[in-house]
Write a protein of this length. Structure first.
Length: 218
């Protein structure tokens, strides 16, 4: 039996890597006494699977984790118990049987709060960026970096100035998110910084996943 967990990652937890996030959940599942299924062999591993890794420093309201359970085990009513064993910044918000596979995810929506002395300038800069035929961003790997065109990987952008928030522009960007095409929103922020180099800070939160038809994936 497989159950899907939707969870939030915020606060100090944004500094925890994807690998350590997996360890956090494995430890919490064990401490909660949940009977998870394990792989065979000399080094059995708990059968868990995340939708997509989340970059360090990025928060999320919609992370998805599938866990395979032993026959007869049911954790739909154990959300509070599991949360009791999770560290600060992690919180499971839903547990349910999955109806769809992660491979059906096509895009992810992010909210980016940008600090700047003149937020209207950010709104203007985002509009100008999206009017370009190409949006060049610097993609770094372990040993090199290269310029790539990220515009085909951007499925939509909105930008506004929130009420009662001084010095903030809120950008909502939908990025490609599949095994074949994936855009890290940090590349979008990097491209924007080349236009507006005096951005003070940019806080990124993943908010939702969508399928190829633009419907919410859960």
């Amino acid at each position: 039996m497989i159950q899907r967990l939707q969870f939030e990652k915020s606060g100090k937890a944004v500094y925890i890597s994807h690998l350590d996030t997996a360890r956090v959940f494995i430890r919490a599942v064990r401490r909660a006494g949940i009977r998870a299924a394990y792989s065979g062999g000399f080094n059995p591993r708990m059968k868990i699977n995340f939708a997509f890794p989340l970059s360090v420093y990025t928060a999320s309201e919609c992370e998805l984790l599938d866990i395979e359970l032993e026959e007869g085990e049911d954790i739909t009513g154990k959300m509070a118990l599991l949360n009791a064993f999770l560290p600060e910044g992690f919180r499971v918000t839903e547990i349910y049987p999955p109806e769809r596979k992660f491979k059906e995810i096509c895009s992810a929506e992010y909210k980016i709060l940008i600090q700047h002395e003149r937020p209207p300038g950010i709104v203007h800069a985002v509009g100008g960026l999206m009017e370009r035929e190409e949006i060049a961003a610097e993609k770094k790997t372990a040993d090199k970096s290269k310029k790539v065109d990220i515009k085909p990987l951007i499925h939509g952008v909105r930008c506004e100035i929130p009420e009662n928030a001084s010095g903030i522009a809120a950008v909502s960007v939908k990025c490609a998110a599949s095994a074949e095409r994936y855009l890290n929103p940090e590349l979008f922020v990097g491209a924007l910084r080349e236009t507006v180099p005096d951005i003070i800070a940019a806080d990124i939160t993943r908010r939702a996943f969508y399928d190829a038809e633009g419907k919410l994936f859960r």
